[in-house]
Design a protein around this ligand. Structure first.
Ligand code: DAH
Length: 375
């Protein structure tokens, strides 16, 4: 009985040994024949894969082998595994060498025309502003930026526009919701934790930065303030609820309206060409006294009247004037000692006139066909 058992186990042992040897030589043949790293990798998984791999299938036969022989069987199986791995690794080294070699042997025609990448470009509004900034910088002005979320105080009060003034309606302001209702705390932004801070709103003009800048820097001051502005305007070819302005401000001892005229006329020549004329029409703004609207002679018809200027021969550019004493006071500047000029222009407006763009919506529609024209 015992002898029969021994013979049976020996028989099984022999089969398993044969299987291991056959597998090893099969792997050797196939690895030598493999033509690609992918092919080799597939072979590796088929043989050594933990689940369903041929080697593990053979090794699961260990259960049929006598307990006493199992350790020896395990040792031999592991040796076989090590040899198989070595065969595969060697083939892998051979194939990756060949791969590298063939990459190195490739000849490239460096004169062959390539596919040009699609490059981005600077947006036309940014380009326009850069041009404006160049002009201000060349005259020694600093560039300062301010918050788009403003308080009623800076947007209106500090600009000499009292609470009941009808022009607050004209500005069509976006008011922002506050946490815990209209009397809740202001957002945590330190810029909003300032005197008289009341309702937060989206600034309707860049003018509030006049006072912010003067509070920060003692006189004399000369700054350019570019930025986004917001108004509750219905969208059409000329209006949008979000546009860009810039503000020029210069305050010093002895500044006069003449300085304003000289600066703005130069700026218009810089932007529209050397032959442009500038005119100042009396106007009214709460934050300047006297105030003037700035017109530039139409660069298309040079004053004769055309479609661009609506037949007027002049284009309205923006508002200007001598900084109101109340504004200087709100900034802690002494209006007896200091005077200054300020003006505010729209950046979209300048770009539209310079490039004959007839719809303000084009700036934000992100149509490459439009934007590429200014790349
Ligand atoms: N803030 C005015 C607006 O948006 C424009 C303006 C007028 C700005 C006169 C000024 C100024 O600095 O002096 O309509």
């Amino acid at each position: 009985m015992a002898a029969t058992h021994a013979a049976f186990f020996f028989y099984i042992w022999g089969i398993v040994e044969d299987q291991l040897a056959a597998l090893e030589s099969e792997v050797k043949n196939r690895a030598t024949a493999a033509r690609s790293l992918e092919e080799l990798e597939a072979l590796r998984t088929a043989i050594l894969g933990r689940k369903g791999g041929r080697l593990s299938n053979i090794m699961s036969g260990v259960g049929k082998i006598a307990k006493a022989d199992r350790a020896e069987f395990g040792r031999r199986a592991n040796e076989a595994k090590t040899r198989i791995e070595a065969i595969l690794d060697e083939a892998q080294a051979r194939l990756s060498d060949a791969d590298l070699q063939s990459q190195l042997e490739k000849r490239y025609d460096v004169t062959f025309p390539g596919t040009p990448p699609r490059l981005g470009s600077i947006h036309i509004l940014r380009r326009t502003l850069d041009d404006v900034a160049d002009f201000f910088r060349s005259r020694g002005f600093a560039i300062v930026m301010g918050p788009e979320v403003e308080t009623e105080y800076f947007n209106f009060e500090a600009m000499n526009i009292p609470a009941d003034h009808p022009s607050r309606d004209a500005m069509d302001t976006f008011y922002l919701a506050r946490e815990n209702g209209p009397k809740g705390p202001l957002p945590q932004d330190p810029l909003l934790q300032t005197p008289g801070a009341t309702a937060p709103l989206l600034r309707t003009h860049t003018s509030p930065m006049q006072v912010r800048a003067m509070l920060e820097y003692p006189p004399p001051i000369a700054v350019l303030v570019p930025g986004k502005t917001y108004r509750r305007d219905a969208l059409d070819a000329r209006h949008t609820f979000n546009f860009h302005q810039f503000e020029g401000l210069q305050v010093d001892r002895g500044i006069t309206f003449g300085h304003l005229k000289g600066f703005v006329s130069d700026l218009c020549r810089h932007l529209y060409g050397k032959t442009r004329r500038t005119r100042f029409r009396p106007s009214y703004f709460q934050f300047t006294e006297p105030s003037a609207e700035v017109d530039v002679s139409c660069p298309v018809c040079d004053g004769g009247g055309c479609r661009t200027c609506g037949g007027a021969g002049w284009l309205e550019m923006g508002g200007s004037g001598m900084v109101h004493p109340n504004v200087l006071r709100a900034a802690g500047y002494d209006p007896e000692a200091y005077t200054g000029w300020a003006f505010g222009l729209g950046i979209e407006r300048i770009a539209m006139v310079r490039h004959g763009i007839d719809d303000i919506r084009l700036f934000t529609e992100n149509d490459p066909a439009f934007l590429e024209q200014f790349a």
